[in-house]
Design a protein around this ligand. Structure first.
Ligand SMILES: Cc1cc2nc3c(=O)[nH]c(=O)nc-3n(C[C@H](O)[C@H](O)[C@H](O)COP(=O)(O)O)c2cc1C
Length: 207
């Protein structure tokens, strides 16, 4: 029963080579993000995750903002590499931005002071689950995506450009497009030692 899900998990990869040809309609991408936001689990069912989906020139603008921000701080002789990476992200046709609403987190901290230091951590966990669901679902549609982190450098300009609530904290940026280049080789550490199993012999024998 879980085979299809695990197959999707295996197929999700990081795609850096993206194209602008719209192989999946924008509405479908929005639908995926909405479904994922709705069904992602969160601590105390707090539902603190927020998402912004940028298409076309709006997406390009995000990467222009990132380029301008980095240009101001990266040494000029190292900027060519950075610029090339950013050009890759801008070569897709959408970008999904993931946020966590600090107001929700702070309200939980006030309500449950015992867990005050845990709520920001759990919010990050929940965001990671959301990112993974979106990433994997987009891949199942035949799209390519990757996960980027130019926050907090770009936070202010992002909030201003798209008029977002100031309590939304940017967590990650996911450029999306038609895959035009296969993902890189990926190596796997052996599972031995990474997963430990303890079970009483008789009760859990196969068959
Ligand atoms: C929490 C997390 C943060 C990541 N941050 C970045 C990042 O900032 N830039 C990037 O290019 N890839 C980033 N990645 C992608 C990883 O490098 C990639 O998932 C890993 O190398 C395995 O490759 P795969 O995604 O093709 O399976 C991140 C992945 C995770 C899970």
């Amino acid at each position: 029963m879980s085979a299809n899900f695990l197959e999707a998990v295996k197929q999700r990869r990081t795609y850096y080579g993206l194209g602008k040809e719209q192989i999946v309609p924008a509405d479908r991408i929005v639908e995926i993000v909405k479904e994922a936001v709705l069904h992602t689990p969160s601590a105390f069912n707090s539902q603190s995750s927020r998402a912004v989906v940028l298409f076309g020139e709006e997406s390009d603008n995000l990467w222009d903002i990132t380029k301008e921000t980095l240009q101001a701080i990266v040494p000029a002789d190292q900027f060519a590499d950075t610029e090339a990476r950013l050009r890759g992200f801008a070569s897709g046709y959408a970008t999904v931005l993931f946020f966590e609403d600090q107001e929700v987190i702070e309200s939980l901290q006030r309500q449950f002071p015992t867990y005050a230091d845990r709520f920001p951590v759990w919010a990050n966990h929940s965001s990671a689950i959301l990112q993974f669901i979106v990433w994997t679902a987009l891949e199942q549609e035949g799209l390519g995506a990757s996960l980027q982190h130019y926050n907090p450098l770009i936070d202010e300009r992002v909030a201003k450009t798209w008029n977002l609530p100031e309590q939304w904290r940017l967590i990650a940026q996911m450029p999306v497009g038609k895959p035009v280049q296969a993902p890189g080789e990926k190596s796997f550490l052996p599972l031995e030692g990474r997963v430990r199993v303890f079970r009483p012999e008789r009760a859990f024998q196969a068959g």
